[in-house]
Design a binder for this molecule. Structure first.
Ligand code: SAM
Length: 665
């Protein structure tokens, strides 16, 4: 799909810049004007408005939009100003400054970057920017004095020569730190009398300023210099080693028991860091077995569509099998639930239920809403059995959506262009009519009524979801996760007042969104957050993570599944921290009440990896990492340093296979 850059830019300014507290009108206006996609390599244009730095030529980075805005605001750039930028990189920040100031002088040490920036700025019509190649750590004497100086790379201390090049009243904003990659953003203001004042603007992560007044050039090291020794483990690593609970092997009976500490919760949410990792499925199966056997959990709710999970539910609860032409989980991504690890759990659950009374049998339900067509069919089929006249009305009402049932996104597009949801009223009326007849219909077969009602809810929510898709990702994401939460509540409610559930869904759904970039910058919520808000302490959220290995995923939506290598985790990420602690498999209890020190240390924003059904190792940092405060996001984290792809089952049932395929083989 072609990216709508002006819209993406507008959203960037609103969500990443204004919402985070940047108020300076000059900055907001400039950020709204500069086309950031023109300053990144072509292959990364689609990520130009993401909330992160991106790689550019010469192994350097273009800064995160927010940090550019923050620095320009701190430097209080005004029309008429002469500004020096040190570390021009792509030229993007220079363009933002040039939109406000009278003249911008830019120094960049890499010639390729300086040339590219010059060309880009010229092509975009910036006539007030001068770019030169060289070491900018000593400033630009001939062009001084400056009203403002900004450095986009970190030095060990503020070079005095730069302060001297400030005009009276001038501002210098630059990262300073005693290691090359971790700094504090510092602002120095030169008073009219030459006196300087210094302000600390908080922690930042910049590349090092390499030069005479900065750090030595690492590539200039003499070849016979000894390699630096592996550093001593730092305090975080030592703490992780001390507080981690080493887990037994996945097939060891004791594995599940390590999670008993969370069994008092009413809902235990089990995450996964990818949709295609065997260890995450096997671990969730082991934990769920324990919660069911030893703690009376009655429901397993999974991130799958309701009708698909209903096939499994009937199978595990020994209910009569309904004819399902496609079997369960036939739509992309099939491997997410058609895999040997999940199938083994299903077989176990069926065995567990075999000796129990029907009312005591543990069920499975699907939380997702991508089954518009099948759900419509399920409601109509149900009514055909219990009330053929109502089935006729249902066909008429759903008839509005039928032309789009195969390509529901097209419905969303139409709804947007017409300005309203043509089928909204019909799907709502259908659900209401069904619920009003609960007593009449439910008397005949309560189970089937609940199933039909849930499918009717799904159709209602899916209609809204596809409509919202065109208004922006956050709205549709929120509708989807609200649907998941409501489905969980209905399913729990149908099982009795105190029924307890295990949820299997991705970390991005399970971990409380309020403590991740999703919530901070995009206003997204998730089922983990909604559960926390409703159940408080009676919910446990457990995230899962890995450093490397293989994963089953596709290159693109609807593409074939491939087994891919997972890129080793990034320096500075939570995953790298766990990898360095070197205990695997391992469970970390992150709750403030039980592990105050660990909770405190793992509560600051750091990168965390999220792989879904699509995996793009080439652009891994920008496609798969986002910031999160891990110990606030999850109550616990299960770590598997090396992991393997799930064992996918054949995509289509073989001839003569039972209707319950791929279960009950
Ligand atoms: N503001 C830039 C942008 O919008 O693309 C981001 C620049 S990047 C974070 C930092 C840049 O500083 C790199 O391109 C690096 O080559 C440059 N750099 C590092 N040391 C330098 C020095 N002594 N003089 C000039 N540039 C330097």
């Amino acid at each position: 799909m072609k990216t709508n850059y002006p819209k993406a830019r507008e959203l960037m300014v609103e969500r990443q810049i204004a919402r985070r507290g940047i108020k300076d009108d000059y900055v907001l206006r400039a950020m709204r004007r500069v086309p950031r996609q023109r300053f990144v390599p072509d292959a990364l244009r689609e990520f130009a408005y993401e909330d992160s730095p991106l790689p550019i030529e010469a192994g350097q980075t273009i800064s995160q939009p927010y940090i550019v805005a923050r620095m320009v605001e701190a430097a209080r750039i005004r029309p008429g100003d002469r500004v020096l930028e040190i570390g021009g990189g792509s030229g993007y920040a220079a363009a933002v400054i040039a939109t406000i100031a009278a003249h911008v002088f830019v120094i960049e040490r890499h010639e390729v970057l300086a040339n590219l920036a010059r060309r880009r700025l010229k092509a975009l019509g910036y006539r007030n920017v001068e770019v030169r190649t060289g070491d900018g750590s000593g400033g630009w004497r001939e062009a001084a004095p400056f009203d403002a100086i900004l450095a986009a790379a970190g030095a060990p201390s503020i070079p005095e020569t730069l302060v001297k090049q400030l005009a009276p009243g001038g501002r210098l904003v630059m990262p300073v730190g005693d290691t090359p990659h971790r700094q504090r953003l510092v602002k120095v203001t030169r008073g009219e009398d030459g006196e300087t004042t210094r302000e600390d603007l908080g922690e930042v992560l910049f590349v090092p300023l390499i030069g005479e007044q900065g750090w030595p050039d690492p590539t200039a090291r003499a070849p016979d210099v000894e390699e630096p020794r592996k550093p001593e483990p730092d305090a975080d690593t030592q703490l992780l080693r001390k507080r981690g609970i080493a887990l037994p092997a996945l097939d060891d009976e004791g594995f599940g028991a390590c999670f008993d500490r969370f069994a008092t919760a009413r809902v235990v949410l089990l995450g996964e860091a990818s949709h295609g990792t065997a260890e995450f499925y096997a671990a969730r199966a082991a934990i769920s077995r324990r919660l069911i056997q030893a703690h009376g959990f009655a429901l397993v709710a999974i991130e799958a569509d309701w009708p698909d999970a209903a096939v499994v539910d009937r199978y595990v609860r020994h209910l009569p099998v309904r004819s399902e032409p496609e079997g369960a989980f036939a739509r992309f991504p099939t491997w997410m639930w058609r895999n040997a690890e999940f199938a083994a759990f299903v077989e176990w659950l069926r065995g567990h239920n075999a000796t129990r009374e029907p009312a005591q049998r543990v069920g499975v339900c699907g939380l997702d809403l991508y089954s518009l067509q099948r759900s419509i069919r399920a409601v109509v089929d149900y009514l055909d059995r219990v009330d053929p006249e109502a089935a006729r009305v249902a066909k008429h009402r759903y008839g509005c959506l039928v032309p789009w049932a195969r390509e529901p996104a097209e419905y969303g597009r139409m709804a947007l262009s017409e300005g309203y949801g043509r089928c909204e009223k019909a799907v709502l009326e259908m659900l209401q009519a069904l619920l009003e007849r609960q007593l009449q219909y439910g008397g005949k077969d309560g189970e089937s009524f609940l199933d039909a009602a849930q499918n009717a809810r799904l159709v209602r929510d899916a209609e809204a979801y596809y409509r919202a898709m065109y208004y922006g990702a956050a709205e549709s994401w929120n509708l989807r996760d609200r649907h998941m939460f409501e489905t969980l509540q209905h399913a729990l409610g149908s099982r009795g007042k105190d029924a307890k559930a295990v949820v299997w869904a991705h970390n991005s759904h399970v971990g409380d969104a309020r403590h991740t970039e999703m919530g901070w910058t995009r206003g997204e919520l998730n089922i983990g957050q909604l559960c926390r808000e409703s159940y408080g302490e009676r919910v446990a959220t457990i995230g899962f993570g890995t450093h490397g290995g293989t994963v089953a995923a596709a290159d693109d939506w609807d593409g074939p599944m491939r087994i891919m290598d997972v890129v080793p985790s990034l320096t500075g990420s939570y995953e790298r921290l766990f990898h360095d602690a070197d205990v695997s498999p391992c469970l970390y209890d992150l709750r403030a009440a039980t592990e105050p020190e660990l909770h405190g240390r793992l509560s600051s924003a750091k990168l965390e990896r999220f792989i879904g059904v699509i995996y793009r190792p080439r652009t891994e940092r920008w496609s798969h990492y986002a910031e999160a405060a891990l110990a606030r996001q999850f109550d616990a984290f299960a770590w598997f340093d090396r992991t393997h792809a799930v064992h996918a089952l054949a995509e289509t049932p073989g001839k003569g296979m039972p209707d319950t395929y791929p279960f009950g083989l």
